[in-house]
Design a protein around this ligand. Structure first.
Ligand SMILES: [Zn+2]
Length: 119
């Protein structure tokens, strides 16, 4: 697969007209939604696919979840899970990756996965 769309230039062809930041954000969110249509992905996956820092992904997902709510669709969150003892992090609305397991203190966790629910 090729991901050429997100090669966002800081300036357009004419030179010195910077893109408004809101437009850039909309573009990223649109691309995230396109990826989530295909299948469940972690914040780390989205970070790699879109070339944005992993820590920014949760913020975009939060906005996406809000705008989806208005259109009748929803963001599905498969909660994070401990790779060692199988503890499932219950807060389904949580968008960021927990740092360690509250039961066994292991830091090897399966990150939460995101996908789009069909209308
Ligand atoms: Zn555990």
């Amino acid at each position: 697969m090729e991901y050429t769309l997100f090669m966002v230039r800081k300036h357009d062809e004419r030179g010195d007209v910077p893109r408004p930041p809101t437009e850039a954000h909309d573009t990223v969110r649109h691309l995230i939604m396109t990826e989530l249509e295909v299948g469940p992905l972690s914040a780390h996956d989205l970070s790699g696919l879109l070339g944005i820092p992993e820590k920014e992904v949760a913020g975009h997902l939060k906005h996406i979840r809000q705008s989806l709510h208005r259109s009748g669709r929803s963001l599905l969150v498969q909660p994070a899970e401990c790779a060692k003892c199988g503890f499932v992090f219950g807060k389904r609305e949580r968008l960021t990756r927990p740092s360690r397991c509250p039961l066994c203190k292991s830091e090897s966790l399966h990150a939460p996965l995101f996908s789009l629910a069909s209308p």
